[in-house]
Design a binder for this molecule. Sequence first.
Ligand code: PEP
Ligand code: MG
Length: 889
Amino acid sequence: MTQWVYGFGAGRNEGRADMRNLLGGKGANLAEMASIGLPVPPGFTITTEVCTHYTKNKGQYPTELDAQVQAALARIEDAVGAKFGDSDNPLLVSVRSGARVSMPGMMDTVLNLGLNDVTVEGLAKASGDQRFAWDSYRRFIQMFGSVVLGVDHHRFEEIIDEAKMAAGATEDTQLSSDDWRRVADEYKHMVQQVTGNPFPQEPTAQLWAAIGAVFGSWMNQRAITYRRLHDIPEEWGTAVNVQAMVFGNMGGDCATGVCFTRDPSTGENIFYGEYLINAQGEDVVAGIRTPQPMSSLKAKPGERSMEEAMPQAYAELVAVRATLEKHYADMQDIEFTVQRNKLYMLQTRNGKRTAAASLKIAVDMAEEGLIDRKEAVKRVNPSALDQLLHPTLDPSAPRKLLGRGLPASPGAACGVVVFSADEAEARAAKGEAVILVRIETSPEDIHGMHAARGILTTRGGMTSHAAVVARGMGRPCVAGAGGVVVDYSAQALSAGGVTVQAGGTITLDGATGEIFAGSVAMIEPKMSGDFATLMTWADEVRRMKVRTNAETPLDAETARKFGAEGIGLCRTEHMFFDPERIGAVRQMIMSETEGGRRDALAKLLPFQRKDFEDLFRIMAGLPVTIRLLDPPLHEFLPHKDEEMAEVAESLGADVQTMRRRAADLAEANPMLGHRGCRLGITYPEITEMQARAIFEAAVTIAKETGKAPVPEVMVPLVMTRKELEICRAQIEKVAEQVFAETGTTIEYMIGTMIELPRAAITADKIAECADFFSFGTNDLTQTTFGLSRDDAGKFLPLYVEKGILPKDPFVSIDIEGVGALVQTASEKGRKVKNALKLGICGEHGGDPASISFCESVGLDYVSCSPYRVPVARLAAAQAALSGGGDRTA
Ligand code: PEP
Ligand code: MG
């Protein structure tokens, strides 16, 4: 016979904490608490399987259920010494729902079930308190009426308000037993009017109606919506918990409370929570009376802590707190009641907490010996670390939402709106906080992005230029905010019916993608010693290395501070935009002859060499991967007429020629055009200059420090082995020249990005002439899906919302498609070359789920923007601990 009902308390515990699938979280933990000797009022749990049966069979219960419930109820009666429905000493019970995970939207709680016109007198006699009995009865009618019978709760409140008015009372506590008796009568009358039936008097009928309401609520619209939003399957079902009542509202020696075993916002090891003397359940959260703090340490002047008011029960609770933390080895969120100075536990579960608290609690618990270091590493959500590294909006600050975009780079920023990079730079130089607002950004805007506190774009996705660059710089960014209209000529943006002119203030939340009018108060991040401690523990278990994507000394230094173990991607094109260099870059592009191009490149060489020297010096012996020029050349030319004229003049060229060249270079599908290694193959002098700068810099640093860097020269956008062969030969030739000229030879590597499906599929061929592969999963996602990185923002959110794609594939790697290519390329590459070094440098290198995938494929390192380095260190450690990460889609 199937067991549908599991008893707990009073010496019979049929459940355990690990039975939450069957008993729900609440039921499993009640049984667990009872089994470790904590004071839990006796009760029973009706399993989630009954819910499934009930849903499938349109409200029918399994045949054995009735008998099992009766037997379980009889056991409670024996344990408590009271009888359900007894006119002298009635047993009262609570009925609560309890799914596997806590789920708002379900039927909540009915207390005092078993009361009726007769048993209320019995309760009065047994407790010796008329007022308590009638207050309990009216509470029962109110809860049962609203949650089981569906009567609008306002109807009950109106009756209480009238009763208070009639009695000249302002507080519920001022009402007498006669007042409550009248309220109960009026409630019953009103319920009959609304439902057409008398209020049920028979306790067993009340019980089954409440049980049915819990199971029925599993399929109500709110619960269905909540499940859809949180990926909770319908098959899980909910359990029902029926438990003997204990009363926190029987007088001054009674209380009820809700608390956390540690402070859930800071993680401090202090009993944190609220209690109310002479109150029942809902009173603590209902806000009718002001709850008081648990610990005297938390009491403000005028407050009376439980520690002070009820020392005996408090001491018992402190002991329970220690037992629970030791048993569950985690911070607990508990509910309790004190009845006549005796403590009863009504619930425990792992408590929700902020990122800061989760870090502190994990480290403290490991140091207290409650968990080991590996467990501490597993306990902190890597994505939550972002919150600790950036300013965040003060949750209590008022705000007015203007619009939303993609949460492209975390952190909050507030400043005046500017619409051009130059203006951003100029105003920032005067000490103003600015937000750079653009329809989209391009490499030309980098100086303005750097000067700005935050960046807002109305086009582009999570790997658009703005998003990638902002993350690299640690600037908060909201990208692709399609609902915001930017009018450059009017120097204004409009969103949500509001227009903000240049110079007006807005606030961005890069973690949520929200845009607010005016300034919203912020909280500065505090990096605690716990952060460093947890990172050290993570590093002890991590297998994959963590590098950074960086090209400026500032970014490289920031990344080192965050623990980066080298550079995985230096995008050299970002070094071309500096005002001192862009002229030479443009001169090179405008030259019709190789000689002309070489002259221009000769001007760039010293700059590039210095850039690489700086990076090698900062990275002191760590690997540095330098990627040869990647973007199509038109990105370096001006686009507007007046700029064209200016640039033409400075280059001694005429505007016509300039326009013609720009038209020649224009591409319909730029990211599939003349870019990547295709540039170096058509203009070998570009590769030669860059290779020379790399090797000369490496030799200089080797001589200066005595420690030679090992440059890794990376060829972008390779689609065939032949391309890499050609580029490799070019690079090797320059290396030999530099070594001969300087009399110094250093070690180096030549490898390629794998960012085209063809390259992944033919990786065995390509590996024959590569020392390493770095997966450029931004382009690989773009080319695998045929989905433009810069245009997908317009419709991708809808795809995710409709479930066509489970997540934005530019944020978290598409394991099924792009991941399969990464895996194929890794396997094919390693088959040819066992020691082939494998890494990832697309934006996925900083995303915890993608990092877990990288571990499963056996990559050697991940590379991400500087501010994500700690996130990646922790995620890589967790992936190692979970034994190879997640390979499933
Ligand atoms: C990539 O494509 O994943 C990559 C790292 O290169 P970029 O983003 O510069 O195209
Ligand atoms: Mg790329």
